[in-house]
Design a protein around this ligand. Structure first.
Ligand code: HEM
Length: 329
């Protein structure tokens, strides 16, 4: 085959790919438009709207330095700005519901590098692709006649996208945490870790609570005040540091590194790569984490993004959300 013919075929294939609707993903503005179609003009984060700022530090283990050449994993103390969140869409939503809790972290190395991440208290996400996230939001738009989502539209969306029920099933089987300090927080998306040996490994991370996992009982879910997590964390941190171990789970051949609605099997190899220590909690609402969107997910060359389309959609959508919520219209 001639080089020109090959280039012609390649151009044709690329044009066909670009024209395939299944591969088209929404723009960052379309993602945030879909949140606004459900919630109205943004005045706060559209996801994990309720939250409390905190601070602390991270120190990598020798395993961390082995698995990532990022300065965050060089074993020195890295300051962190933290936001603990609740997966509700109002700043006064309940702390006791079957939604996720959040742990968002900005790492600030002494050399001036910044790395950010937003983690949730479930190992899986509710949408396999950004388009499905947008379609799910649009299916839940309030009907102007009733002010409520149209149940038929929601049912049709769920029937067409069964993977969107995976996270809800996990949350139904695992009660909400009794404290922000007693739940694991998963990064959910896969990343590529570039190690000191030059190897690149696909991994997902989880922050495991050193205090152990403790969940609300059904009875406590009914009787605990809607607003208890922030004060509970303040009391805990006042009597001693709250700590989490950052643990990597490595993908095996055949594990899907692009679909965040499916967890990898538990027997995959793991490595503890660092410890996060929470030392301070803001006295009240607001604080230094409020005007931040935890979106600097890519910190080349030590931790790079995988091909997961939901991961690739995040940073730009978070930036649009931050811009819109910072300038309420
Ligand atoms: C298609 C993929 C995704 C899109 C479009 C998306 C979109 C957003 C947006 C627009 C925000 C608000 C940002 C802001 O205003 O600062 C947000 C926040 C958040 N998202 Fe996502 N997200 C996606 C995937 C995920 C995944 C996979 C996770 C799980 C780890 C996640 C966890 C969070 C958390 C915890 C927050 C609150 C962060 C904070 O404390 O500020 N998101 N997301």
């Amino acid at each position: 085959m001639t080089r020109r013919r090959m280039m012609g075929l390649l151009a044709g294939a690329l044009a066909a790919l670009a024209a395939t609707p299944a591969l088209a993903e929404p723009s960052p503005d379309q993602v945030v438009d879909a949140f606004e179609a459900v919630l109205g003009p943004l005045r706060a984060r559209p996801s994990h709207t309720k939250g409390t700022c905190a601070a602390g530090y991270f120190v990598a283990t020798p395993e961390g330095a082995r698995y990532s050449v990022s300065p965050v994993f060089n074993g020195q103390r890295v300051n962190t700005l933290i936001r603990f969140g609740v997966g509700v869409t109002s700043p006064t939503g309940p702390d006791t519901g079957r939604t996720t809790r959040g742990l968002s972290i900005r790492f600030e190395t002494s050399g001036g590098d910044i790395w950010e991440m937003a983690n949730i208290s479930a190992p899986i996400f509710g949408s396999p692709t950004p388009q499905v996230l947008v379609d799910g939001l649009l299916a839940r738009r309030p009907d102007p006649a009733t002010g409520q989502p149209n149940p038929q539209a929601v049912a049709a969306f769920v029937a067409a996208n069964p993977a969107t029920t995976n996270q809800g099933r996990w949350l139904a089987a695992n009660n909400p945490p009794a404290s922000w300090a007693t739940t694991p927080y998963w990064g959910v998306n896969a990343f590529r870790f570039r190690g000191a040996d030059g190897e690149v490994r696909h991994a997902r991370w989880v922050f495991e609570p050193r205090a152990g996992v403790l969940r609300l009982t059904e009875e406590q879910m009914r009787t605990t005040p809607a607003d208890f997590l922030a004060d509970e964390l303040r009391r805990r941190v006042a009597s001693g540091p709250v700590e989490f171990d950052m643990v990597l789970q490595f993908a095996a051949a055949g594990d899907d590194v692009t679909n965040p609605t499916v967890a990898w099997p538990d027997d995959r190899p793991r490595a503890t790569v660092g410890r996060l220590t929470v030392t301070e909690v803001s006295a009240g609402p607001g604080g230094p984490c409020d005007p931040i969107s935890f979106m600097i997910l890519d910190q080349a060359p030590g931790v790079e993004m995988s091909d997961d389309p939901t991961l690739q959609a995040r940073a730009a959508a978070y930036a649009v959300s931050l811009t819109r919520r910072s300038q309420p219209r």
